[in-house]
Ligand binder design. Structure first.
Ligand SMILES: Nc1ncnc2c1ncn2[C@@H]1O[C@H](COP(=O)(O)OP(=O)(O)OP(=O)(O)O)[C@@H](O)[C@H]1O
Ligand SMILES: [Mg+2]
Length: 279
């Protein structure tokens, strides 16, 4: 089935009562394909990303890694003339099912981008709380507690606790990225997608983000795209190797436990890629 983007009716099939927020969910792609106009970007991607684990997606530039992340949380359909096929299941519920609102999916499946993008003139505190406002969520407890919890989870609390009223844009790049993680966590996502979250950061900030990833994976499933093989090996439980280029849509060459994929890959192309022989 090749679906073009149509507005979805205003009901959700992801029942928050059935799926308690704040816990990682299993995210499964089944035979996903994606296009920009006539150009097929992804073909036959099937991956089950287990709850409360880190899955790394690696592969050469242009093979469709970012597109795949955008399919997972319904951002792909925001691009004019995009289309897709296949299914994405969040704890078994089809996020493209009839009646599922894209905004609801994006709340359950958050995203952190390559370039830290806090609201620069908003305060640190306002940044953390901004996702709640956008999603129209009313926080049951105290906002102070939520801000502290999210900044603490993101590994930023100690550095900023005395200046929550300073502008988000006044932090260092690494701190800004941790602020973006705190902002994403504030809406209690089930899954956090991270698209090269460290590529704009220095090595120390990169390690700090990796620690943060390992700290939060107990409460949220993580899918991280990275070009850094050491990072994939350090931070992920599972790794998927994608391959594709302008001529051929991206597919999964190999998917498995990171320890196995990096030490004993099944496919010679995986071995060549992780050893830096191409891409
Ligand atoms: N908005 C868009 N409109 C049309 N084509 C696009 C769009 N975004 C990406 N593409 C194309 O889709 C293909 C896959 O791009 P994508 O950004 O998903 O790759 P990637 O694996 O994330 O690459 P990189 O490692 O460089 O970030 C590329 O050929 C790209 O030119
Ligand atoms: Mg990309």
């Amino acid at each position: 089935m090749n679906m073009t983007t149509t507005p979805a009716p205003p009901v959700s099939m992801i029942d928050p009562a059935v799926l308690p927020t704040g816990n990682g969910a299993t995210l499964e792609a089944r035979t996903v394909a994606a296009w920009f106009a006539e150009h097929q970007i992804l073909d036959d991607i099937s991956l089950a990303m287990p709850a409360n684990s880190v899955t790394a997606i690696i592969g050469p530039s242009g093979c469709g890694k970012s597109t795949f992340l955008r399919v997972l949380n319904r951002m792909h359909e925001l691009v004019p003339k995009s289309s897709l096929a296949g299914e994405v299941l969040l704890d078994g519920a089809d996020v493209y099912g009839i009646g599922v609102r894209p905004a609801e999916t994006r709340r359950h499946i958050g995203m952190v981008f390559q370039k830290p993008n806090p609201f620069p003139t908003m305060t640190i505190r306002e940044n953390v709380l901004s996702g709640l406002k956008l999603a129209g969520i009313k926080n049951e407890g105290s906002n102070d507690d939520l801000v502290e919890r999210c900044l603490d989870q993101a590994g930023l609390w100690r550095e900023v606790k005395d200046r929550l009223g300073s502008a988000g844009g006044a932090l260092s790049g690494g701190q800004q990225q941790r602020l973006c993680i705190a902002r994403a966590l504030a809406v209690s996502p089930r899954v956090l997608l991270m698209d090269e979250p460290c590529s704009a950061l220095d090595p120390t900030s990169t390690l700090r983000i990796e620690e943060t990833i390992r700290d939060i994976v107990g409460s949220v499933t993580i899918v991280i795209v990275t070009h850094n093989m050491q990072q994939a090996a350090r931070v992920s439980d599972y790794t998927a190797f994608f391959l594709g280029d302008e001529g051929r849509p991206g597919t999964v060459v190999e998917f498995g436990p990171t320890s196995e994929l990096f030490t004993a890959p099944n496919d010679p192309r995986t071995e060549d890629y992780i050893n830096g022989r191409f891409g």
